[in-house]
Design a protein around this ligand. Structure first.
Ligand SMILES: [Fe+2]
Length: 162
């Protein structure tokens, strides 16, 4: 049985994934060079939101145990605010490609460091697979954004020569 603040955290975690999706879709629109990558990643964020919703429902049935440890609703709210700030900045055209990649990487890294997906423990293969998929894809996003960022910060041959 979930407590009220746990219900709230689960709703916020779902919202967080949807906000990441919005951010990637906006970046995909702004930065055509990475549109394919960013749209793929955005679609996976939608899957993550669906996954969290599913885990939330299954936590009601005790097929998933949910333990938010020391995390407060406030922490997740603040995280969402920082994604929304980035969205607003990008919308007003104040974000370069390199900034966008760096911000994306930082968010993915922070999601992993905060261990949001470690709050879930699946009680059967099906629920464990959902948790594993979200975790692995987030790690993959973090690596892909890092790689793209490294690619972009490399000077082009003409810049290197000057
Ligand atoms: Fe992600």
């Amino acid at each position: 049985m979930l407590k009220e603040h746990q219900e709230k955290i689960l709703e916020l975690l779902e919202q967080l994934e949807l906000n990441m999706c919005d951010l990637y879709l906006l970046f995909a629109d702004r930065f055509p060079k990475y549109a394919d990558l960013l749209t793929t990643v955005a679609r996976q964020e939608t899957d993550h939101a669906d996954g969290i919703k599913k885990l939330h429902l299954l936590a009601g049935d005790d097929r998933v145990l949910f333990d938010e440890k020391i995390t407060k609703t406030y922490t997740v709210k603040m995280f969402i605010s920082s994604i929304q700030e980035a969205l607003a900045r990008a919308k007003s055209g104040k974000m370069s490609l390199i900034n966008a990649l760096s911000v994306s990487h930082d968010f993915e890294q922070a999601i992993l460091e905060k261990g949001f997906y470690n709050f879930f423990s699946g009680q059967d293969d099906e629920t464990r697979a959902v948790i594993r998929k979200i975790t692995e894809e987030t790690l993959d996003h973090q690596m892909k954004m890092k790689k793209a960022w490294e690619q972009e910060r490399k000077p082009t041959p003409s810049q290197a020569a000057s």
